[in-house]
Design a protein around this ligand. Structure first.
Ligand SMILES: [Fe+2]
Ligand SMILES: [Fe+2]
Length: 192
């Protein structure tokens, strides 16, 4: 079982690498979906141990917050401002689904699942995981192709750069909340 600290720090350093490599916007979004899907597969596995689910839910909530907020402020904003109805509808529907996910995430946080993995927590985590899974599939199958069709290549590249910057600041805040030590790369260590 991977621990939360390793996963969040690995994601944090991958953001720096993606800035350098100028990774394409949709590739980035899909990469972050993969992180979420890894957690979802544990949360929906009836044979997974409670402790494994607890760690994965905690990690999932941090990554979900980073990805969803940064996605709203870049991709969704561009879609809802589009001249094309299909693009606007995708943006509005995506936001509605995020809002439902935030509500469930808030309920889970207030249930103190870190102390006790109850049946109520298990059920709600599964509902959230399945909701987010269907949301990710809808984005990959419909929203991202719609974005590629309606947003020109240059704007997509700019949105991608903006998205990474936002992910970095959201993830740094999440790492602080989680109590995981902030990531320090080798170059920083060498400068001391
Ligand atoms: Fe989304
Ligand atoms: Fe997404």
């Amino acid at each position: 079982m991977k621990n939360e600290s390793v996963t969040l720090q690995e994601l944090r350093s991958s953001l720096d690498q993606d800035t350098q490599k100028k990774t394409k916007f949709v590739t980035l979004l899909e990469k972050h979906h993969d992180y979420l899907e890894d957690c979802i597969s544990v949360l929906t596995d009836r044979d997974a141990a409670a402790d494994e689910k607890r760690v994965n839910l905690s990690c999932f909530l941090h990554i979900l917050n980073m990805h969803a907020k940064a996605e709203e402020e870049t991709l969704y904003q561009s879609l809802v401002e589009s001249d094309e109805k299909e693009a606007r509808l995708e943006g509005v529907a995506g936001q509605d689904e995020h809002d439902i996910a935030y509500q469930l995430a808030g309920e889970l946080k207030s249930m103190d699942f870190d102390y006790e993995w109850t049946e109520e927590v298990d059920a709600k985590a599964k509902v959230l995981a399945n909701l987010v899974l269907s949301h990710l599939k809808e984005e990959e199958g419909v929203m991202f192709p719609t974005a590629r069709k309606n947003i020109d290549g240059e704007e997509l590249q700019e949105l991608g750069a903006e998205y990474i910057d936002k992910c970095k600041s959201y993830l740094d805040a999440e790492i602080k909340i989680s109590g995981v030590k902030p990531f320090i790369d080798d170059a920083m260590v060498a400068s001391f």
